[in-house]
Design a protein around this ligand. Structure first.
Ligand code: HMG
Ligand code: MG
Length: 314
């Protein structure tokens, strides 16, 4: 990939969530140095937006206990990178703001039980807390995203109806969320449902503010991303190496791999500004941290394309 291609305005915006979604549930403790290095490798690959960490209870998710250090050090090393941080409540926002975070994401699930399991409050309380957090974040001058999790299927309550997702997404928008992230938390969606649901959401909300966050449990991640593209979505979450999964959602597997999404997009003529060679470096680094093979569906093929002289495979 040439410098000109890399710096051109991308056709789709990808937020790599590996440092947060990818690492939050790993059994092995990852050092702050290693988390910052992963973020640096993503930035070097041309990723412009990363979800760096979460300001949640360290008792609930010990891996994210160093959130403030991660934000401060990643911001210092990668000043041009958009760094987002997940916050479940006002206390998380306060911690994120004190650490110098410039962007936050609230996490609201579309069912009663998923909110209880994830953030220890019911749907109504989670909706109110997410709204209050968004309003306060805007007052503090932060950029804002809002997840609507289990937006297709809930591991506890089964299929989720579109009206509920629409209602919650509109409430998050009205409270000031600049980006609404529709999440298939357990990777239970299929392309037809993704296309129709995202098209309905794009009619109700500004399509430019809609993002999709896919988990690749059943190998449908790329097909689902294509379906979202067909519905007009241009913002995607993905995780390098395909790592990820919510610790409180049984059955959640890794996220759609960033390298799979970039490969699909570039092969379809959509610019991402991201180098596949650079992503492979990040996958190799993540493998060394987690001591196991990683990568999306395309990883073996991508590695075969890498030649010893390190020519780009995009
Ligand atoms: P709680 O126990 O109900 O909180 O936890 P509380 O308000 O009763 O407070 C209890 C203690 O926690 C207090 O401390 C608070 O100060 C503290 P103590 O007085 O006992 O010393 N506390 C906090 N500490 C640090 N940061 C905070 C915070 N808030 C309260 N923000 C809470 C409620 C939300 C904190 C907890 O349930 C929690 O942290 N849950 C973790 C949720 C999480 O990280 N889930 C995974 C991410 S979501 C996801 O993966 C899905 C996504 O990828 C999209 C998709 O795929 O669907 C985004
Ligand atoms: Mg997730």
């Amino acid at each position: 990939m040439s410098d000109a291609q890399r710096h051109a305005t991308p056709d789709i915006v990808i937020t790599d969530v590996a440092p947060r979604d990818g690492l939050q549930n790993q059994a092995v403790a990852i050092s702050t140095d290693a988390k910052v290095e992963l973020i640096r490798l993503l930035a070097r690959a041309g990723v412009r937006s990363v979800e760096a960490t979460s300001f949640v209870s360290p008792k609930a998710v010990p891996q994210m206990a160093d959130a403030a250090d991660v934000v401060q050090r990643a911001a210092a090393q990668c000043p041009d990178l958009r760094l987002s941080t997940l916050v479940p409540n006002l206390k998380g926002l306060e911690r994120a703001h004190s650490a110098g975070a410039t962007e936050i994401a609230v996490v609201l699930s579309a069912t009663e039980t998923m909110n209880q399991r994830n953030i220890n409050m019911g749907l109504d309380a989670a909706t109110d807390v997410s709204e209050q957090t968004l309003v306060r974040a805007r007052e503090l001058g932060l950029r804002t995203r809002a997840y609507v999790a289990v937006a297709f299927d809930c591991p506890f309550e089964g299929p989720v109806d579109l009206d509920t997702v629409l209602r919650l997404a509109c409430r998050m928008r009205d409270a000031g969320a600049e980006e609404i992230v529709i999440a298939d938390t357990i990777g239970a969606a299929a392309p037809a449902a993704v296309k129709s649901r995202m098209a309905a959401l794009a009619q109700a909300l500004d399509p430019g503010t809609l993002a999709v966050h896919l988990h690749d449990t059943r190998g449908l991640g790329v097909a689902n991303a294509w379906a979202a593209l067909e519905a007009g979505v241009r913002r995607f979450d993905a995780s390098v190496g395909g790592i990820g999964g919510c610790p409180f959602a049984p059955g959640a597997a890794g996220n759609l791999a960033t390298e799979d999404l970039v490969l699909m997009a570039e092969q379809c003529g959509l610019r991402t500004g991201i180098s596949l060679d650079g992503l492979l470096d990040a996958v190799t680094f993540a493998e060394s941290l987690l001591d196991r093979p990683l990568g999306g569906r395309s990883i073996a093929w991508l590695r075969r394309q890498q030649n010893p002289r390190g020519k780009s495979c995009t």
